[in-house]
Design a protein around this ligand. Structure first.
Ligand code: ADP
Ligand code: MG
Length: 698
């Protein structure tokens, strides 16, 4: 029997394959490009392309594609076959260095937010050698960045790579000051925990809302939801286990380090977490993972829902972005070290994150803002829309001691040695946990918990890397000029704590009292919805920071602002349209049919005996008739409001109308339908109920 280690990465052109198939010279040159970002030689590209082709063809591949991540949030590919006619009437398999390095897809239909007029349809894809090529089906996929003719980024990878470079540059400056001259580069790492729902295809196919929007737009709660907490970490059902088994196999073949799987809180909800990797690779892998999760599900007669809130009333799905910074020499910069200097260095990097999260709360919030995630953030299972940080009691005590120049009281045996003279000692292992914080320190990494399950993790990491790069830059600028390094270092750590401690909150983030304190006392921002949040990307401080670190150009920021809001509007308008159709074509007629049956029953009963009261039939008939009138009135109002809002050209205005008018109207319509569902005889209801769907997989 084949073991996992036999086939792990078998579909990846990874380091093992490169070493085996490339000459030493080509290999070491490519490695320099991958590790240190040095430009790639044309002859090297030619040799790599040849090796890639031979390898891919030997694995049965017939096509290649530049695989990229346009601003639709999903991946895109356009396949070309390797074949070239040969003079004898046959074909040979060809793939050149040029084809590897650069592609030119007709890109006119991808969102560009005004960056590319449609007559200027050309877009370019450029090979990203830092992420391995892989085979999917019969196609060799080459991870690429995607940009316009004028060089503006049209994808999520380009700014992500730029943000990693910005952080690398500033972190190296700091490390040098601490005497770490051997470090060549600093990379950020991410381990994204992915939540999802699994339901049967049979149920899915019967619900237009699931098919068109990925979430249910109607549905009353079943008597049993997640009250018992019996699903969380519960025994995995055989059908789900079979799904997970095949999913793992497929992911492993692609070199994706699928590691942990378990049932989540809501019925039918599960989670899959890979082992962390470099942010760029983790992002590619997460996109692939989401795609393969859906593909494998369909083979099992299941559907994998990645929407943030497929069902009202039970938990939604998120993605936890575990993030850290590490050197090429293997040092995790967020891990408290063993020596005083490491200790001080750790505190400085920690402070850089604290400062970054406080200064750029809005950018972090913006980076996770989508119509789907708006249902989650602030609901009682997800972090609130207010950003705060959890550092744990131990670390908090250290920070307080530094701020107030008082000794740090040690209560635990295992203490670290005193830091750079003035810095207090602290315990190495902060083991306490907090599940309600949007941004939690978990020992040697931060866990950013606000991402939606369907989001690309690129956006959150772009903003996080950029913001931390900015803190590090401010520190490096001052420390490089300091006469006395240690005094300046201490001063700066102290100042950061003083200025930014408002962002630290170790209590229960789901508590209403916290939101009040956060916004009214601490002055933290609370952008509850996507239209509230997104326009702030254009605030001067944000524009200045992002452009200074060359993560985005000004035009790129404007285009992203527009595209994100456009996505929001389109998503909600499709949902609202679907609701109207469902109400008018199926729900109202179904209720009408059922009330007719009730009326008929009353009539027949009365014929038998006039004195029979028919209390049940009459009561339900009356209620349902009233609900149905409201369903029709509300759906008609919604339909008219939709037509009007579709005409608004300014996307900021349109998104505000959707938030303030359309979404509340959708809520009202749904409430009537859900009330009607509860008292309508089951066989009359046109859709499977929440109970049917949530407990469909056995
Ligand atoms: P949990 O959050 O459930 O306690 P873990 O702490 O084991 O789970 O890890 C969650 C995720 O964090 C995993 O994907 C793991 O690989 C990742 N992770 C662990 N260490 C780091 C690190 N230094 N940087 C980034 N991610 C990490
Ligand atoms: Mg976790």
């Amino acid at each position: 029997m084949k073991t996992v280690s036999d086939y792990f990465g078998s579909m990846v052109f990874d380091d093992r394959v490169m070493k085996a198939m490339l000459t030493e010279k080509v290999y070491s040159s490519l490695k320099k490009t991958i590790d240190e970002g040095l430009p790639l030689d044309e002859s090297v590209a030619e040799a790599v392309a040849m090796a890639m082709r031979d390898w891919a063809v030997s694995k049965g591949a017939t096509h290649f594609t530049h695989w990229f991540q346009p601003l639709t949030g999903i991946t895109a590919e356009k396949h070309d076959s390797f074949i070239t006619p040969s003079p004898d009437g046959g074909v040979i398999m060809e793939f050149s260095g040029k084809e590897l390095i650069k592609g030119e897809p007709d890109a006119s239909s991808f969102p560009s937010g005004g960056l590319r007029a449609t007559f200027e349809a050309r877009g370019y894809t450029a090979w990203d050698p830092t992420s391995y090529a892989f085979i999917k089906g019969k196609t060799l996929c080459i991870p690429t960045a995607f940009c316009s003719y004028g060089g503006e980024a049209l994808d999520k990878k380009t700014p992500l790579l730029r943000s990693m470079e910005a952080l690398n540059k500033q972190a190296l400056r700091i490390l040098k000051l601490f005497g770490n001259n051997d470090v060549k580069y600093v990379r950020t790492s991410v381990g994204p925990e992915q939540e999802y729902f699994l339901i049967t295809k049979e149920m899915y196919d019967k619900r237009p809302d699931l098919r068109f929007t990925g979430r249910t737009l109607y549905g009353a709660m079943p008597p049993k939801g997640q009250q018992m907490d019996d699903h969380y970490f519960g025994v995995i059902k055989p059908r789900v286990a079979a799904y997970m088994e095949e999913l793992n196999d497929e992911l492993w073949k692609l070199g994706i380090l699928a590691k942990t799987e378990h049932n989540e809180v809501a019925p039918a909800q599960h989670e899959l977490a890979p082992i962390y990797s470099t942010t760029n690779v983790a992002t590619d892998h997460n996109q692939l993972m989401m795609e393969i999760m859906q593909k494998v599900a369909s083979k099992h007669g299941l559907v994998c829902l990645l929407h943030e809130k497929p069902f009202a009333g039970v938990n939604g799905s998120g993605k936890h972005n575990n993030w850290s910074m590490a050197t090429n020499t293997g040092i995790n910069l967020l891990s408290p070290g063993d020596t005083p200097y490491e200790n001080a260095q750790f505190l400085l990097f920690l402070c850089a994150v604290i400062k970054a999260v406080d200064d750029y709360q809005d950018l972090l919030r913006i980076s996770v803002a989508t119509a789907g995630n708006d249902h989650r953030l602030g609901a009682n299972e997800a972090p609130p829309a207010v950003i705060s940080m959890f550092v744990g009691d131990d670390l908090n005590a250290v920070l307080e001691a530094i701020e107030k120049d008082k000794p740090y009281k040690e209560t635990i045996d295992k203490m670290m040695k005193l830091g750079v003279d003035v810095l207090p000692a602290f315990r190495k292992d902060a083991t306490d946990r907090n599940r309600t914080s949007p941004f939690a320190f978990t020992g040697n990494k931060f866990e950013f918990r606000m991402l939606g399950s369907s989001n690309s993790i690129a956006c959150a990491n772009i903003m996080l890397n950029a913001a931390v790069a900015e803190s590090l830059k401010i520190y490096a600028d001052r420390l490089e000029k300091a006469k006395d390094f240690e005094t300046e270092l201490h001063k700066m750590i102290k100042k950061t704590i003083k200025d930014h401690k408002r962002i630290i909150f170790n209590g229960n983030g789901y508590d209403d009292a916290w939101i009040k304190e956060a916004t009214e006392v601490r002055g933290l921002s609370n952008y509850r919805t996507t239209p509230d949040a997104i326009p702030h990307i254009l605030d001067k401080k944000n524009m200045d920071m992002l452009t200074a670190h060359k993560v985005f150009s000004e035009t790129e920021i404007r285009s992203r602002c527009e595209i994100t809001l456009e996505n929001y509007c389109k998503t909600v308008l499709i949902e609202a349209n679907t609701m109207v159709k469902m109400a008018q074509k199926q729900i109202a007629p179904a209720i009408s049919k059922y009330t007719a049956t009730l009326a008929e029953t009353i009539k027949v009963k009365k014929e038998v005996d006039k004195t029979i009261a028919c209390g049940y039939e009459k009561g339900v008939l009356k209620k349902l008739s009233a609900y149905n009138d409201n369903i029709i009135t509300k759906s008609e109002e919604l339909r008219e409001a939709l037509i009007k809002s579709e005409e608004i050209e300014d996307v900021i205005k349109q998104s505000a109308v959707i938030r303030d008018k359309i979404i509340p109207m959708m809520g009202e319509l749904r409430a009537y339908a859900d009330q009607a569902e509860v008292i309508t005889e089951k066989s009359y209801w046109p859709y499977p109920t929440y109970g049917d769907i949530l407990f469909s997989v056995r």
